[in-house]
Write a protein that binds this ligand. Structure first.
Ligand SMILES: [Zn+2]
Length: 178
């Protein structure tokens, strides 16, 4: 799976956990549908800051974000964002660029997919981000000397894995489409 590195100053609007969750959820949704990072085995780098990212060829204004698919990296100019939904949108948009090259109308397709996929992406990201520390504690228990750790000769299966009967509800249930 892809490690997400966030460098630069994290804005007050959003936490680093949320940024990682949104980027990874976007990669997940794209990958589920067959659109992959160029080098999935390597990490993705998100660089945030107040920086000039050059002129946009379409709008002729300054770029708010720029992605390099070959490098698995994108940059965001934080001066362009005053609210969290806007920042969320650029994170999804630039991550989609990392996962696919479309036709000559790349920007129209990427911005349209950003809108259409946002609901699914945010639902996954919300779960990832909101339970970060609960799950981190479970992983901490797996370390040597901690609750989940057994010596090799005492290894066994934990039948608790079968107790919670939670499962998926099928792929026919559609939420509102637009
Ligand atoms: Zn774009």
């Amino acid at each position: 799976m892809t490690e997400i590195t966030v460098t630069g100053k994290c804005p007050k609007l959003i936490s680093k956990e949320e940024i990682r969750a949104i980027v990874l959820s976007t990669i997940t949704v794209m990958g589920y549908h067959g659109y992959y990072l160029k080098r999935p085995q390597e990490g993705v780098e998100v660089i945030l800051g107040k920086m000039n990212l050059g002129k946009n060829k379409i709008t002729e204004g300054n770029n708010a974000g720029v992605a390099w698919r070959g490098l698995g990296m994108f940059k965001v100019d934080l001066r362009k964002f005053r609210n969290k939904p806007g920042l969320t949108t650029i994170l999804i948009h630039e991550t989609i660029h990392l996962c696919a090259n479309f036709s000559g109308s790349d920007e129209f397709i990427v911005s349209t997919l950003t809108d259409r996929l946002k609901e699914s992406i945010i639902e996954i990201a919300e779960e990832l981000a909101s339970n970060t520390y609960k799950r981190a504690a479970y992983f901490a228990h797996s370390k040597k000397g901690m609750a989940y750790h057994r010596s090799e000769k005492d290894d066994c299966y934990n039948d608790e894995q079968w107790q919670n009967k939670k499962t998926t509800s099928g792929n026919k249930k559609q939420k509102g489409t637009k």
